[in-house]
Design a protein around this ligand. Structure first.
Ligand SMILES: C[S@@+](CC[C@H](N)C(=O)[O-])C[C@H]1O[C@@H](n2cnc3c(N)ncnc32)[C@H](O)[C@@H]1O
Length: 193
């Protein structure tokens, strides 16, 4: 309670208030901390007039958020090392499992890559980006800064459950001069636009 208050004072982000909530047509039923956020994605895209061509996601795991985005974009690229990290429950290679369960979603392309290698070679600009990798400050800042500079709108998961993510979102918005919001539900979603 006091910790949260302190964090909000230290990193003041405008609270995002959705006007409408909508359930996307395609969802996969798997346990994930992302559950609930699918209801506000369309609202965010409409509010900030985001194009619907391409989306990039860093941190796919079993594909819940990637499938949510596949409802709204022509193409979704999912980048992940697919071995888990210090903060995930699942450890070990899950590329084949994720690939198989997402094969019906033809507009999702998965890439087994570290974001560090990916951002060195990708020069594309995206309508939308999502960062949900290991929740450390350094990695979230580095991957997030690239994602914000290569998209119109970038969202970050776990701003409420990981103070390091909230701080990185606050600092990236300051660095880029973009607007920043925080949706404080379902572990928190930072929005930089
Ligand atoms: C919290 S999970 C993603 C959850 C997913 N967005 C969902 O909807 O359930 C974090 C993922 O980030 C990946 N990851 C961690 N560090 C990474 C890195 N340096 N580059 C790419 N992916 C990374 C892990 O392998 C893991 O699958």
């Amino acid at each position: 309670m006091f910790k949260k208050l302190f964090l909000n004072l230290r990193y003041p982000l405008t609270t995002y208030k959705p006007i409408k909530k909508s359930t996307p047509e395609n969802i996969i039923e798997i346990p994930t901390a992302w559950k609930g956020l699918e209801l506000v994605i369309e609202d965010i895209l409409d509010r900030f007039d985001i194009g619907r061509d391409n989306c990039i996601e860093f941190g796919v795991e079993f594909g819940y958020s990637a499938v949510v985005f596949s409802n709204y974009f022509k193409k979704v690229k999912g980048i992940d090392i697919f071995i888990g990290d210090d903060h995930t429950t699942h450890k070990g290679d899950h590329y084949d499992k994720t690939k198989k369960s997402l094969e019906q979603f033809e507009n999702i392309d998965l890439y087994k890559s570290d974001y560090k290698d990916w951002i060195k070679k990708d020069k594309e600009h995206y309508d939308f980006a999502h960062v949900d990798i290991v929740h450390n400050y350094k990695e979230t800042y580095e991957c997030g800064l690239w994602a914000v500079q290569h998209s119109k709108c970038c969202v970050f998961h776990d701003t409420e459950s990981f103070p390091a993510v909230k701080k990185a979102v606050f600092d990236i918005a300051k660095h880029t001069g973009k607007k920043v919001y925080n949706y404080p539900h379902h572990h928190g979603l930072g929005i930089i636009v």
